[in-house]
Design a protein around this ligand. Structure first.
Ligand code: ITT
Length: 196
């Protein structure tokens, strides 16, 4: 099955491809599909924003489309950065600036209160009447400094046990990540729907 991934984040395309292609999907990026889409993500939930992105690209392509809205929720920050993860601290910050901001905000927070989770909402639009959503979470803690070179975004400060997510191999990340969990649910749903 061919699926367009409605994202402008190349790291997400890589992860979708890595996770889905072994299960028989062909993953098309927006560039592969020749589509330009900058839908405004103005919902206040991950699910709402995922739907905005998937529907916008489905309307342009008419092809099965999947979108991901995701982010980091830190308990000691009342759930921030949350849906604002990609924009935390304003447009002047890059990935490093954003995770440094979180580390600074947690400077005086003791280890046991540094709990956090990655969340991912997937919206799958198959037709005008067939829209499905899937969620995944990955529990962890915010470390005291960046570690590791893999992954993207907040991975270097997100500890899963003794390792940061950026110290995990791609296979290790996919097996536990919020995106891996949500896409596993989507795959199970599509296989069941097809009667496999
Ligand atoms: P699209 O909207 O085009 O998909 P985006 O990067 O803006 O790309 P989001 O609005 O969903 O996507 O923001 C997600 C942000 O959350 C992302 O930029 C990272 O900062 C963070 N994030 C999401 N998944 C992550 C992961 O697996 N590892 C580390 N950080 C992640």
């Amino acid at each position: 099955m061919k699926l367009i991934v409605a994202t402008n984040n190349a790291h997400k395309v890589k992860e979708f491809t890595r996770i889905l292609e072994p299960h028989g999907y062909t993953v098309l990026s927006l560039r592969d599909a020749g589509i330009v889409c900058e839908a405004e993500e103005n919902a206040d939930t991950f699910g709402g924003n995922a739907y905005i992105k998937a529907k916008a690209v489905f309307d342009l392509s008419g092809l099965p489309t999947v979108a991901d809205d995701s982010g980091l929720s830190v308990d000691a920050l009342g759930g921030a950065p949350g849906v604002f993860s990609a924009r935390y601290g304003g447009p002047g910050l890059d990935d490093i600036g954003r995770y440094e901001k979180v580390l600074t905000e947690l400077k005086d927070v003791p280890d046991e209160q540094r709990t956090a989770r990655f969340e991912c909402a997937i919206s799958l639009v198959l037709s005008d009447d067939e829209v499905y959503s899937f969620h995944g979470t990955c529990e962890g803690k915010i470390g005291t400094g960046p570690r590791g070179e893999n992954g993207f975004g907040y991975d270097p400060i997100f500890m899963v046990g003794e390792k940061s997510m950026a110290e995990c191999t791609p296979e290790e990340k996919d097996a536990i990540s919020h995106r891996g969990m949500a896409l596993k649910k989507m795959d199970a749903f599509l296989k069941q729907r097809k009667g496999e």
